[in-house]
Write a new protein. Structure first.
Length: 402
């Protein structure tokens, strides 16, 4: 009897035990892949498809990739067990109610799921694959822009059309600054189209700056429009590069009607300072005339921009015109006017500068004090009473009253 009961009990328990054992086995999966260690310290995981003396080919989630053997430190085979994640149990009624009550959240496309770009004519497929491999290392966040730029540069000029296409189609999804830096060293006009897109759409200031520097390095007439467009960039680190290039090009006489081009652009731009400082740096009488006109007729932002432009290469005969702005309410404009009259040593501004000492605007007061010392050569303390007493007893007052 005991034997029969034991057998029955074993029959009832055994399926449960088998299920437990099966469940334990099903909780893990074995993962096998190859890990390629690159000489720059980065790694790429995938399935090794082929290995020759010159090239290693991997299969990645985004497609196949070929890597030069010279870039590889070593390749190792990885085998590991990974815990399986069980699918969550979903209450369909609750999910349906939640869907009805709340709008669906917007989805963000994943960069890795983008379709590969077509290879431009004349670009070997292996070079495209190597460029893609460098981009994969960038995604790990372990390589500097300098290292990446060197890696792109080592691919040679045949890869230029593909790098340009990447900048043209996906400037925010690739290491824009590194690609642009490499293209700058190559100086290849085939990159103009992609660089022109990157200088407008690059995500970071350095992305746009490097694209601009590459266009400047190429320096053909086809780059002028994109370089001029960089004057609208919100970052001064970008537009100042364009400013310096335009001033130098004008000095060499290789940019016709630059004053007119800049003046027209400044009139409709929100970034008037960039254009005004470029005009001021030209040393051109017509440019100076345009800045004086804007100083007298522009809005507050235009007047401030014009003042900064005139201050780049200040002319003494403009001192009387600029001194009119020592008494305005606009604090920034007043500060710039103080600096200007100090630079040109315009003595007629001394009475107004003395009155600004001790002004509620500390910046204007400091600039006025600096200007007084520049104009008069005196080393008095920053005290309005002291300076007024000096002025009353000076020959300067008599000269100004003549």
């Amino acid at each position: 009897m005991k034997t029969v009961l034991g057998a029955i009990l074993a029959i009832l328990v055994a399926p449960g035990a088998a299920l437990v054992a099966q469940e334990s086995r099903d909780q893990f999966q074995t993962i096998r892949f190859h890990r390629v260690h690159l000489r720059n310290g980065n790694v790429i995981d995938g399935t090794l498809l082929s290995l020759t003396d010159d090239m290693a080919t991997l299969r990645l989630p985004s497609g196949e990739m070929s890597i030069k053997r010279g870039m590889i430190e070593k390749i190792e085979f990885i085998k590991m067990r990974s815990l399986l994640e069980r699918a969550p149990i979903v209450d369909k009624k609750k999910e349906e109610k939640k869907t009805d009550d709340q709008p669906a959240a917007p989805t963000t496309p994943k960069r890795d799921n983008q379709a590969p770009l077509p290879t431009p004519g004349g670009v070997p497929a292996n070079l495209r694959d190597q460029a893609d491999a460098i981009i994969e290392t960038w995604k790990t966040g372990k390589s500097s822009d300098r290292t990446l730029a060197k890696d792109f540069l080592n691919l040679g000029s045949d890869v230029v059309p593909y790098l340009s296409l990447l900048l043209e189609e996906r400037p925010k999804d690739v290491p824009c600054a590194a690609i642009a830096a490499a293209l700058k060293e190559m100086g290849d006009a085939r990159a103009i189209r992609g660089l022109s897109v990157a200088v407008k759409q690059g995500e970071g200031n350095e992305d746009r700056r490097q694209a601009l520097l590459a266009l400047i390095r190429i320096g053909t007439p086809e780059t002028d429009q994109a370089i001029l467009g960089a004057m609208e960039d919100p970052s001064s680190t970008v537009w100042k590069e364009a400013k310096d290039y335009l001033i130098e090009k004008n000095r060499k006489g290789s940019f016709d009607d630059l004053v007119d081009v800049l003046t027209r652009a400044m009139a409709r731009s929100d970034n008037k300072v960039a254009y005004a400082m470029t005009l001021g740096g030209l040393g051109d009488p017509n440019a100076r005339k345009e800045l004086l006109y804007m100083l007298g007729s522009g809005d507050d932002a235009g007047k401030r921009a014009a003042m900064q432009g005139l201050s780049v290469r200040p002319v003494a005969e403009d001192g009387a015109e600029v001194s009119r702005y020592l008494n305005v309410r606009d604090e920034m404009l007043k500060r710039e006017a103080c600096l200007f009259v100090g630079k040109v040593k315009y003595a007629g501004a001394v009475p107004e500068l003395i009155q600004i000492l001790g002004d509620e605007d500390a910046g204007a007061s400091q600039n006025a004090y600096w200007a007084l010392k520049e104009i008069t050569g005196e080393k008095l303390a920053a005290d309005r009473v002291l300076w007024q007493a000096w002025y009353e007893a000076s020959n300067l007052k008599k000269d100004l009253q003549k």
